[in-house]
Design a protein around this ligand. Structure first.
Ligand SMILES: CC(C)(COP(=O)(O)OP(=O)(O)OC[C@H]1O[C@@H](n2cnc3c(N)ncnc32)[C@H](O)[C@@H]1OP(=O)(O)O)[C@@H](O)C(=O)NCCC(=O)NCCS
Length: 179
């Protein structure tokens, strides 16, 4: 699969655990992604650093190029989307957010982060679960998730935003290179 090849467009990148020192760069990428994702303070990111099952970054030439945060079902997380999915599916690995800096998109980094999460945690969870905004429409994220095999399992209108819920069995196939 084409999206398994990474990094593309001449980028060098690797995936590693997030550190406290990365949080400002992670926040900057997060803010660049609003309204596809909600705004987050560094303080809140520190909470994810403590509570997330998976929080890793893609790094390219010493720069944080993207990140992925996933929560385990038992996480003390009040998100209504997390709850909606948890009430319907057992043992899911909830994707709270994924974002890639604009200069690094379409290089395979987002897909590589998902494969990394699958490799690190895929044997402990039955499926990935996520939501994507359909109002305002986030077409690129829907395309990205569909390409990775996610399927829609419901919609919810929160008023300020409408989301589509998506799930995908774990594990994901890993790239032939093993990255
Ligand atoms: C969604 C996102 C994480 C994808 O990350 P990425 O590193 O660019 O994704 P990849 O390079 O792995 O893309 C894999 C495939 O997804 C699809 N895709 C990704 N971005 C796309 C875009 N802008 N338009 C159309 N398809 C797209 C393509 O099929 C792509 O494969 P291709 O480039 O070979 O055609 C990134 O666009 C992003 O950070 N968006 C802003 C934040 C956001 O919306 N997060 C998701 C919230 S639910």
């Amino acid at each position: 699969m084409k999206a398994n090849q990474w990094p593309r467009r001449g980028r060098e990148a690797s995936i590693r655990d997030v550190t406290e020192q990365d949080l400002l760069a992670v926040q900057a990428i997060n803010e660049e992604s609003v309204p596809a994702m909600n705004s987050l303070s560094v303080r809140r990111l520190r909470w994810f650093l403590r509570e997330a099952e998976y929080f890793r970054v893609a790094e390219s030439r010493s720069q944080v190029a993207g990140f992925l945060i996933c929560m385990a079902p038992e996480a003390p997380y009040a998100s209504p989307n997390f709850r909606w999915l948890n009430e319907r599916y057992r043992n899911l690995l909830y994707i709270d957010r994924v974002a890639v800096a604009s200069g690094f998109q379409r290089c395979g980094i987002g897909s590589a982060l998902y494969r990394d999460a699958s490799r690190k945690a895929g044997d402990r969870f039955r499926m990935f679960a996520a939501e994507v905004n359909v109002r305002p429409m986030n077409e690129r994220s829907l395309r990205f998730h569909r390409l990775l095999g996610f399927e829609g399992v419901g919609m919810r209108d929160h008023g300020y935003v409408k989301v589509q819920y998506l799930v995908r069995p774990l594990p994901l196939q890993t790239a032939p290179s093993g990255r």
